[in-house]
Design a protein around this ligand. Structure first.
Ligand SMILES: NC(=O)c1ccc[n+]([C@@H]2O[C@H](COP(=O)([O-])OP(=O)(O)OC[C@H]3O[C@@H](n4cnc5c(N)ncnc54)[C@H](OP(=O)(O)O)[C@@H]3O)[C@@H](O)[C@H]2O)c1
Length: 184
């Protein structure tokens, strides 16, 4: 059964990007090898992200300032939330949407073919899915750094009922992954 999952990496003090939208603090540890990312992405059938995240992927992965251009990194259909007209990409299944996440979630469910929905970020977009009762899991891989400021992990007050901790996993000396289920 499809689960809608906010899967992300964060600093110990709860930021997913620094104030300049940099992820250098994260990539100092190398790529995702050694974490469960490859296992996670195998079960993903649809992807959602906000425009800052989309532009980050374009600027740092697809058209990096140094090094060759690369294709869009996801084979799954990806829904990009923005109120603006953003650059399109040849060869990528991108669907630009705005407003209420609920009807978009319905489209994603229909497309995911029973696989999971990955809410890549940012934190407020994950919060919008939670606001509508559509978020099932929060899976955070905490890096052994603090940032002091930046893009918040999940800017919502979720206290009652609290999230339910399902699993804790260490990855070397850099990462601790916390897996929570949203209780309803
Ligand atoms: N650590 C990690 O693993 C990780 C994961 C994901 C992202 N990141 C990084 O974290 C940062 C997140 O940036 P962010 O906090 O700005 O979040 P974001 O979700 O990437 O972008 C937010 C923007 O998306 C658009 N948007 C969001 N919801 C919308 C809706 N319902 N309808 C229409 N537009 C909507 C709005 O911009 P417009 O309408 O103006 O376009 C909004 O300002 C980025 O730097 C990203 O690279 C890190």
């Amino acid at each position: 059964m499809t689960r809608t999952q906010y899967y992300t990496a964060a600093s110990l003090d709860g930021f997913i990007a620094d104030p300049d939208n940099s992820l250098d603090w994260l990539f100092q540890f190398g790529d995702a090898e050694g974490t469960d990312y490859l296992e996670f992405i195998r079960d993903v059938g649809a992807i959602a992200m906000g425009s800052t995240t989309y532009q980050w992927v374009l600027e740092h992965h697809v058209r990096p300032p140094a090094g060759p251009a690369q294709p869009w990194p996801y084979t799954q259909p990806s829904w990009i939330f923005s109120s603006r007209s953003l650059p399109r990409l040849e060869g990528a299944d991108l669907r630009f949407v705005q407003g209420d996440v609920a009807p978009v979630h319905e489209q994603m469910l229909a497309t995911a073919g029973g696989q999971n929905i990955w809410v890549v970020g940012g934190g407020d977009l994950a919060g919008q899915f939670h606001d509508r009762g559509l978020l099932d899991d929060v899976i955070v891989t905490i890096a052994a750094v603090t940032l002091g400021a930046g893009a918040p992990l999940l800017p919502r007050r979720i206290t009652s009922p609290p999230l339910r901790l399902l699993a804790v996993q260490a990855y070397g000396t850099a990462f601790a992954q916390l897996r929570y289920e949203v209780t309803r």
